[in-house]
Each structure stands twice: as structure tokens, then as C-alpha cells.
Ligand binder design. Structure first.
Ligand code: NAD
Length: 379
């Protein structure tokens, strides 16, 4: 029996509701990977392919289990007819490009799952990896627009963050307008820079920071907004702090230093450990759960499989405002943190779907009866 840090793998799987874990190895291709399918109760399980340096199989497996479950919760809260999964590939240097022979081997393993797992881009992966996988399997998203893909999801992710912010400030003050509110954005990469532009358009006062100061300064010059140095960003007084960099930024050291009324950002796994939601609540900081706020990206990707329609993706993303408001209302009504409320609502939606598992060749549960539009391998 396989174990993870002393615990039987199937114990962990049954405890967290995982359906399937697939280990993949190909000596000639240099591939060592784990694909974890958390749930297909609502439909095929979507999740990123992560190329990362893992010290051990146990680390890779633990990451795959944790991240695939988070994807199920995100999809469930976004109202998507899909579940959550994750593929992690042990790859010593994520900046080293993946040879096609490795992508072929991984693509075959994904193809063997027959559509139960839909691959997407994640940390370390590039659009070139997605295009490479798409040569051998149709079950891959995030390919070039020319191949029927949806392209860069970050503009829609940023739009979803703004929608969540409107719900949060309504909850705080009864007014959804961002005009005149001070928002501090940590990270001016893909999402952070789009977010800054959207907020400036809405009349918000914006301050930006990036690990690479040149990036933040360039954006600040373009938009006429303020800049803070990246070590100071979390303690800059503001209405809303938007973490749009890496995960784990909110921990027992940083939370006591926050000078914001709310945290609403795109970064995945903002809390270094989940119980810190209580510390945030005690500090009077309203934390909008990241997996509710940043769902614009997967909403965009989900559109690819029913025929990509940017307008439809935009309308669906706008619903993040309603979802966030529902989470905050539920949290207040039941006297729990917004994170607990969101986790409960997501798990309830998955449980209500029953024990049913999506089967290859049965797209109806996923596309609500619309014809399945599969992307074709390019070669
Ligand atoms: P990105 O790599 O384009 O940008 C991240 C930026 O954060 C970079 O400019 C980096 O220099 C900066 N940064 C890193 N550490 C920092 C620090 N300590 N202080 C300040 N800046 C720092 O990534 P992205 O695509 O914009 O995504 C941002 C976050 O949102 C990630 O956590 C990602 O997982 C999450 N997310 C992104 C999407 C999407 O559509 N791109 C969707 C859902 C979630």
C-alpha cells in the first residue's frame, strides 16, 4: 500500500473524497508524474499541469491531492459543470523547456483517462506545453486561440476580482462603487496589471508593488498610480489589499501587520494554513476566499469545450459578485468565516450531485445537453 508521510494513500483519498490517483512514468521520455482526480461528480475534472521541482514522490503526491481538491471547490463555487484534478510533473528546473517526447508521454496518460481529466496550464507550464499535449490528446485546454483555445485567461480573472471586490465593499459599506477606494495590488504580472487598469477605470485609487520594482514602476507610470516597495506592500493602509503574486502571503507574521479592511485578490492559496481565516476575522479584516474570487480563469477555460464565446465567459464571470455576496451572507448568518462558508457551500454542491461519476462519452452532465466540442490534436 502506498503511503504519504506515514499515512495510507487510500485513507487520504477517502478522507478528502478523491476518486482516482494515477502514477505515470516513462523512462525514455524522462517523465515522472502524478495525476489526481478529486471529483467528477459535477462533470469532467479540470486542473492544471504543474512542472515543479519536488524533493520526493510523497511531496508531489501531497501537492496533487491538495491542489486537485481545491480545484473541485473552485469549480463548484463558480457554478461550473465540472470537477477538480491536478497533474504534477517532477521536473527539476521549471524554466527548462519540456521536450515533445515527454509531452507525448504525458499526453498519452491524459488521453487514457478518456476526458475524465482536462489538462490546463499551471505553475511552470507554458502555452507551448499545452500545444504539445494537444498533439496527442484532445483533453487539453489553454491552447492557442488559433487551435480553438481561449488564450490568456488573466483579463477575465482580473475582471472577476473586481466583481468580488464590489460585493465585498457592499458588504462593508452598503455601496458597490470602487470609486475613491484605495486598493493596494501585490504583484503586477498578468492579473495584477489588468486589475490595476480596471480599477483605475472605475475611479479607484490604486497603489502597486512587485518583487521586480521595474514592473511596478512601469505600470504606475502608464496609469498614473502610486507604487510601494514590495516588502512594505502588506502594511500599506488601504481599503482593499489584492494579493496577485504568489500563495502563502498571509501567515501568522503578516496578518497582524495588515492595514486593510478587506483582502480580495487572485493569488491561489493566500493563507499559508487554512485556520488563519480566524485570525483575519479577529483582526477585523474581511477575507474573500481566493477560490471564489479568482474563478474567472477556469470559467474562461470551461468555455473552450462548449465552443469559446468571450461574451458568455464575461457574463458568467460577472456572477462572481453574486457568489461572493452569497458566501458573505452565509458566513454572517451561520457565524463562521467566509472561508468556512465557501468550503461548506462548495462541498454541499458536490455532495448534492450524488455519487455519480462522469463517464467518457457522456458529455450531457457537463455541457447541459449541448453538443460536446472537442479540440482536435494538431498532428
Ligand atoms: P504572474 O507570474 O504573471 O505575476 C505575478 C507577479 O507577482 C510577478 O510580476 C512577480 O514578480 C510578482 N511577485 C512575486 N512575488 C512577489 C512579492 N512577494 N511581492 C510583490 N510581487 C511579487 O502571475 P499571474 O498570472 O498574474 O497570477 C497571479 C496569481 O493569481 C498567481 O498566484 C496565480 O496562481 C493566480 N491566478 C492566476 C490566474 C490567471 O488567470 N492568470 C487565475 C487564477 C489564479
Amino acid at each position: 500500500m502506498a503511503t504519504v508521510r506515514g499515512r495510507a494513500l487510500t485513507d487520504l483519498m477517502t478522507q478528502r473524497g478523491h476518486e482516482q490517483v494515477v502514477f505515470v512514468a516513462d523512462t525514455n521520455a524522462g517523465l515522472r508524474a502524478v495525476i489526481a482526480v478529486h471529483s467528477t461528480a459535477l462533470g469532467p475534472a479540470l486542473g492544471g499541469v504543474r512542472f515543479w521541482h519536488y524533493e520526493s514522490d510523497a511531496d508531489a503526491l501531497a501537492d496533487a491531492l491538495r491542489l486537485s481538491e481545491a480545484m473541485s471547490l473552485k469549480a463548484a463555487m463558480a457554478g461550473l459543470p465540472q470537477g477538480g484534478a491536478k497533474a504534477v510533473v517532477r521536473w527539476d528546473d521549471p524554466d527548462r523547456p519540456r521536450p515533445q517526447v515527454l509531452l507525448d508521454a504525458l499526453g498519452r496518460a491524459i488521453d487514457d483517462l478518456g476526458g475524465r481529466y482536462l489538462a490546463a496550464e499551471d505553475v511552470g507550464a507554458t502555452p507551448a506545453d499545452m500545444n504539445g499535449l494537444a498533439r496527442v490528446t484532445p483533453w487539453v485546454t489553454g491552447v492557442d486561440e488559433a487551435m480553438g483555445g481561449s488564450g490568456d485567461p488573466s483579463p477575465l480573472t482580473a475582471y472577476g476580482v473586481v466583481c468580488a471586490m464590489r460585493a465585498v465593499v457592499t458588504d462593508l459599506d452598503g455601496d458597490p462603487s470602487m470609486a475613491g477606494r484605495h486598493v493596494v495590488i501585490q504583484g503586477t504580472g498578468h492579473v495584477g496589471s489588468h486589475l490595476a487598469r480596471l480599477l483605475v477605470d472605475e475611479g479607484a485609487r490604486v497603489t502597486v508593488a512587485d518583487l521586480f520594482p521595474g514592473r511596478a514602476e512601469r505600470l504606475a507610470r502608464e496609469l498614473g498610480v502610486g507604487v510601494v516597495s514590495h516588502p512594505d506592500v502588506l502594511e500599506t493602509p488601504c481599503d482593499v489589499l489584492a494579493p496577485c503574486a504568489l500563495g502563502g502571503v498571509l501567515d501568522a507574521t503578516t496578518i497582524p501587520r495588515l492595514q486593510c479592511r478587506a483582502v480580495v485578490g487572485s493569488a491561489n492559496n493566500q493563507l499559508s494554513t487554512s485556520y488563519l481565516d480566524v485570525l483575519l476575522m479577529r483582526r477585523g479584516v474581511l477575507y474573500a476566499p481566493d477560490f471564489v474570487v479568482n474563478a474567472g480563469g477556469i470559467i474562461n477555460i470551461a468555455e473552450e469545450f462548449v465552443g469559446y464565446d468571450r461574451e458568455h465567459a464575461h457574463t458568467h464571470t460577472a456572477a462572481i459578485a453574486t457568489t461572493t455576496a452569497r458566501v458573505l451572507a452565509y458566513a454572517r448568518e451561520h457565524d463562521v468565516t467566509p472561508l468556512r462558508a465557501a468550503e461548506f457551500l462548495a462541498r454541499r454542491r458536490i455532495a448534492e450531485a450524488g455519487q455519480g461519476r462522469w463517464q467518457p462519452g457522456d458529455p450531457a452532465a457537463w455541457t447541459n445537453g449541448e453538443p460536446l466540442r472537442r479540440l482536435r490534436p494538431s498532428a
